[in-house]
Structures are given as structure tokens and as C-alpha cells.
Ligand binder design. Structure first.
Ligand SMILES: [Zn+2]
Length: 307
């Protein structure tokens, strides 16, 4: 079995939100992704994957942390309900719920509704989540239900809402311009978030693992602890198996932390290898057991909450 841990889909939504500005944008794109039974099915076969984990096509739909509260909540509930319904119908899909983190209380309700059905809870925005104290109840609920937080940073748009504490400013300014999204991950490692919620699971999607040596070096340069043990404990990563030094980085982080993903149907740099991803993993000089961990075992373990 091969599970694609990062694919995208946007269901048709009904109800009052059809009147929102958001829905205007949504209509422009929905037809690309509206019928799971034809284009998606055909592509699954072409990609050689058996199951796909579906995420919203969030940023292009305006599903962000900055979306107006009232609209965000309506969209969250309608979107998650539609995904749940669809995944009930088609066994080859799983879904991540989208969390409108602008309202933590409602997010907790949403987590409780979907806790036995969804795979993880999706957050799209580059925010310093570790420093966002008002989110603690959300992290606590995710930890309690063993539901992973699925961080999917799309694009390089950098629009932080939380302040960086004084003691981390120098570190923050030293991060390479093209890697500013790493600050979102760094905030989780530098804050007390993982001390408070030591069993919280975090999936970093669509970013591969080649940034790990860079981040470790930067932490050490600034006198912070090596983040490797936290990365090996609390984090999982979707991979780009064709990347340089992939085997070396995989060895460092551990094959039990890697998830296979194509990012279909996107056609961005992260997804351009989608059609060859299965073959690329199969050609890697690693054991069958390690390949199976990447292709499905790690995913199933997360789904069955055995970690
Ligand atoms: Zn993606």
C-alpha cells in the first residue's frame, strides 16, 4: 500500500457562506477539484498511490488566519463536514480538518466532532504558534486526542501575527530570507510549548527534511539547545526523496518520522516530481522495511494513534 500524505481537494460547500466574499473566490477554483471520482481517481492510478490524505487548497481560497472570524467559522464547519461526508463515501481518502485558529474555542469543538474520523488538524499560516499563548487550549486538546497538528506552509508569504520575544530577535533576524517560514517551526522549539505538551504530534508538510541541518546549526550558533531530539520526538515530515542529501538527512531524523507525499494536484516545485515519487523512493538504497515505513507504516501508526 502507498499513502499520499499530502494531496489537496476542495469540496462544494452549501448554505449561508455562499453569500460571502470568500465564496466568490472559491467558485473560481472549485471546479478544478470538485469531482473525486474521476480526475482524482485517474490521477491516483497514475501516481501509483492507493490512498490520499486530502487538505484544503487553503491559501488560494483565502482560508487563512486573517480571514474574518465570522466567515472563517462558517467555512471551517461547512468544509470539515463536507470532507467528512466525502471520506465516508470513498474509502481511499482521508481528510484533515481545517482549523480556523482565529477562534480557539470553536476549534476545540471542531476537533471533538471529528476526533475519530479525521487524520490531523490543518494549519496553513506562517504564524509563531509557539508564542501564541491563546492557542494553548487547542494544543492541549490535540494532544489529549492524539490528533496531529498538520503544518502546511504554502508559499513564502510571511505575515506573522505574534510578537517574537526579545531574547529570540537576533536569532529571528539571522534566518535566511527565503527560509523565514522556519521561524514558525522554531517558535515551537524555542517556546515552552513542547514542555507543556510533550506528547503533541506535529507534521510538517511540503517542506522536506533538508532544512534540518541548517536549523540545528543556527540554534547552536545562537546558544540554544540542539533541537534534534525534539524534532525526532514530536515531529513527522513529508518528503522530497529526490533531494540532495536525502538519505543523510533521513538517517539523522529517523525513517520512522517520514511520510510519503505528492502534493497533487499542485504543480509547484514541491509537486513537480509527483509522477515519479514512488519510483524515486523505490530506487533509494534503503531496506524494504524503511520504504514501507515511508510509504504507509508511519502514516498508519499516526492514524491508529500508536505513537
Ligand atoms: Zn500541499
Amino acid at each position: 500500500m502507498i499513502v499520499d500524505s499530502d494531496a489537496h481537494f476542495t469540496p462544494k460547500l452549501e448554505g449561508e457562506i455562499t453569500k460571502s466574499i470568500w465564496y466568490e473566490q472559491f467558485l473560481l477554483r472549485v471546479n478544478r477539484f470538485s469531482n473525486p471520482d474521476d480526475r482524482h481517481k485517474e490521477m491516483r492510478e497514475k501516481l501509483f498511490v492507493d490512498r490520499q490524505l486530502l487538505n484544503p487548497t487553503a491559501r488560494s481560497l483565502g482560508l487563512t488566519y486573517s480571514l474574518e472570524d465570522k466567515i472563517a467559522l462558517q467555512v471551517m464547519q461547512a468544509y470539515n463536514a463536507a470532507m467528512c461526508q466525502m471520506c465516508d463515501k470513498y474509502s481511499y481518502y482521508d481528510y484533515n480538518i481545517w482549523l480556523a485558529l482565529q477562534n480557539p474555542e470553536q476549534c476545540i469543538d471542531e476537533i471533538k466532532i471529528h476526533k475519530d474520523k479525521c487524520f490531523a488538524a490543518y494549519a496553513n499560516d506562517i504564524v509563531y504558534w509557539g508564542f501564541a499563548d491563546n492557542m494553548k487550549t487547542v494544543w492541549q486538546t490535540l494532544e489529549y486526542y492524539k490528533m496531529p497538528l498538520y503544518l502546511h506552509f504554502s508559499g513564502e508569504t510571511y505575515n506573522p501575527h505574534e510578537q517574537i520575544p526579545e531574547e529570540f530577535l537576533q536569532f529571528a533576524n539571522s534566518i535566511d530570507k527565503s527560509k523565514k517560514w522556519l521561524l514558525s517551526i522554531a517558535s515551537l522549539l524555542l517556546s515552552d510549548m513542547l514542555t507543556e505538551f510533550p506528547n503533541l504530534k506535529i507534521i510538517v508538510a511540503e517542506r522536506n527534511i533538508d532544512w534540518i541541518p541548517y536549523l540545528r546549526e543556527l540554534f547552536l550558533c545562537h546558544g540554544f539547545d540542539d533541537p534534534l531530539s525534539l524534532l525526532k520526538t514530536n515531529f513527522w515530515f513529508t518528503i522530497e526523496p529526490e533531494s540532495i542529501n536525502f538519505l543523510e538527512n533521513a538517517q539523522t531524523i529517523g525513517y520512522n518520522k517520514l511520510l510519503f507525499a505528492t502534493d497533487w494536484p499542485h504543480n509547484d516545485p514541491g509537486a513537480c516530481n509527483a509522477q515519479h515519487d514512488v519510483a524515486t523512493v523505490n530506487k533509494l538504497n534503503i531496506s524494504v522495511e524503511q520504504k514501507n515505513m515511508i510509504f504507509y507504516k508511519n502514516y498508519i501508526d499516526l492514524q491508529n494513534k500508536v505513537n
